[in-house]
Design a protein around this ligand. Sequence first.
Ligand code: G6P
Length: 492
Amino acid sequence: MAQREGFQLVVVANRLPVHLQEPGDQSWLPSPGGLVSALTQVLQAHEGLWIGWPGVTESCQHPADFEGIALEAVQISRDEYEDFYLGFSNATLWPLYHDAIRSPSFQRRWWNAYVAVNERFAEVTSRHAAIGATVWIHDYQLQLVPELLRRLRPDLRIGFFLHIPFPPIELFMQLPWRRRIVEGLLGSDLIGFQEPHAASNFSRIARRLVGVTGTDTRLDRLGRTVRVGAYPISIDIARIARLVESSEVRARAIQIRSELGNPEVVLLGVDRLDYTKGIQHRISAVAELFADGVLEAGRHVMVQVAVPSRESDPHYERERRLLEQAVSEVNGEHGHVGRPAVHYLHQNMPFEELVALYLAADVMLVTPLRDGMNLVAKEYVACRADLTGRLVLSEFAGAATEMRAAYLVNPHDLDELKDTITAAISADPKAARRRMSRLRRQVARRDVYEWADDFLNDLGTTSQQVDELAEGTHDDVRGRHSLAHLLEGGHA
Ligand code: G6P
């Protein structure tokens, strides 16, 4: 599709699928992860466009395309980085939507920046989408975009997917701008969540706050149908299977175990360093198991990978300090020379190395206090083709809704966490294999490409009136790319 006519498929996310290797430098790397691969693949099939923030506040020369898809940057100023990104997105919405594990902070200045940046995303999108195009908006940073975009471009088919949990009404009602957020999302034709109960939380809140009518899966908004549903995200299973078969990765897994001193049991945690991930609770449980003599340095070893994240946020800085203190305490008390109890890596890791770690680990510990899905749990299972390996999984990860055969645990309950880790380590190998086999069948049901197809197919069958509008409004939608213009014109 020639850019002059606009793009038929547009993905809108806070981040572009590329990032700068080092701030200040000009070399761009593809961002890791199955989501980027899946969305890139669907955009490639439609010669689509990805709109996002390049990740820096200084002006930069980002690549115009990435693996055959066009990229369009939305700039964010230094103040907006503070107020929109660190503030409203990550210190208001993030903790509120994750069960208020940290107190969300409500600041009017942050809200104003959130509105301004969402307006900018909507305006940029309205300029680049073709008549009747499909636009897929992602995640909590952009919840106002569906409604803002619909005002500018009623001809578009608009989908929204929330990657993180959507909170129950009791928590959501704290938000001073709760109505605006719900109205923002209701601008979509289809709203997707990770889990069915998140979808029903939203529909219930929408009926209560905005007075829409309808069921948990279908709401009537100003004569338009908004569909609501659960689309649990998945992983790139084929890519993982290829890596698992590669002789380099397998050799690396053996080497890792040998570098760890060939212990009897390797326990592994892999997380973004985030207070929602329950890493400290996990380290406390492991520390007590060493203290109780259930684990012994040399025979048992834990590896914790903590990927650096949101480092300019004080909550994250504090989390890192406390975690590093906890690791250093357990090693001080229970390690031996050359044999620490916990190996801690605060670094980004190539995916190949991560897969080698998954292969090297006997027990995977995925114990977030709250998580939208948690793809590490699915990646680990996808790696264990020989049915070895045991997964300890928090009940509060979205993945637990599907992965019932894991060793499920409430990570807030330290005794239960210790007992579940112990049970996973000492389980009868046959019983553990049966669990892994069930988990693998479950994960194999849908990969991330099918997830994207499911969402887009359902979006494609929404709201007939979109097609009618697209027919009748060719001239009308051209030039309606500014919300200020709309507001002045009295359309809003
Ligand atoms: C979570 C969110 C994403 C976010 C990612 C990394 O997975 O759902 O929207 O992009 O964390 O966080 P960051 O703040 O670095 O974009």
